[in-house]
Design a binder for this molecule. Sequence first.
Ligand SMILES: Nc1ncnc2c1ncn2[C@@H]1O[C@H](COP(=O)(O)OP(=O)(O)O)[C@@H](O)[C@H]1O
Ligand SMILES: [Mg+2]
Length: 360
Amino acid sequence: MHIAHLKLRNFRNYARLDVDFKPGFTLFIGNNAQGKTNILEAIYLLATLKSFRGATTSEMIRYSQNGFFISANIVSDVNHEIKIYCSHPERRISLNNHTVRRVSEIFGVVKAVVFSSEDRFLIQGSAKQRRRYLDYILANTESGYLDILQNYSKALKARNVILKQSSIDFGLLESFTSQVVQLGNKLIKYRQELVKNISPVIEESYRKISEGADNISIEYKPSVKKNFALELANCRERELALQTTIIGPHRDDVAIYINDKLAISFASEGQVRTIAIAMKIAQAEYISAKVGVPPILLVDDIMGELDKNRRVAFLPLLERSNYLRSQVFLTCTEQTWPGELINQIEAWNVSAGTIEKLKK
Ligand SMILES: Nc1ncnc2c1ncn2[C@@H]1O[C@H](COP(=O)(O)OP(=O)(O)O)[C@@H](O)[C@H]1O
Ligand SMILES: [Mg+2]
């Protein structure tokens, strides 16, 4: 799969951008704050309708404009055209000129995995980051998962609204409780199964990068121990006091261990970074193995962060994407230029929201 053409209008610091890409390596090189990451952000938006930097729509609309537009031609077994227009409060999305109404209709048409220095929050950030890591893989690999997740969130929200009312309609509460339990149990099962399967992949990736003896594993930590319905009923009083649903997959976490100790407390800064990349490599490899095509890799400025050994270990994943005619987009500054790839790269110079192809 690759993006053959990308068009941006009023997106971040791009007034207009029209660019053709080939499969393989594409590098954006430029000083800081020129618009390198903005392009990766636009590509990730095509994949997920979300910013990987957690930006809101208004942050992404070019200053003093009303809305942004992104479109892309995607070449895979079947070709696709995606168009996204976002303004306040409107959002219009189309896939092959048909209006998209549900996120699940478009999610996964472009599959992308981002590598950025923010990945350390997978270890150091809140449980939400780790749940999102799992959900992203499952939404890309299990048909139906995204709908279950979204329906769970809706039912949960409705249930929490009821819990906040001064006079509670217990009949209504029960009906949302049963939805939450039914959908929640499915989410927990999917996530537990995924964690079991991906833990060895993470460990393997870590070993390749670090050549070290550390052993890495992850474990799903559900807030529900055995029986969701029963445990929910048992915490009714606390729920009423706190006015929110206090157990369920929206409260679950993933424990990450290094040498059987919790990484968040015991891993060094370098180990944290290595675990983070290993988790992302595992994410890409898992999706790749499950769906049969490698995702597009968006590598934001991390080559400079990796020492030589780690770079060498990271390259095979990139090379494989290249070999399988997928795409790898990398960003760097002059100092972090990944010289190992010099012969295979198509490089663009990025400067103040314009890009220009560099001669080889
Ligand atoms: N909504 C926006 N409208 C116009 N410019 C923006 C907007 N958001 C960010 N920018 C500009 O984009 C630049 C940062 O782009 P980014 O891609 O993050 O830089 P880098 O090249 O360092 O990766 C900054 O100059 C910033 O002012
Ligand atoms: Mg950047």
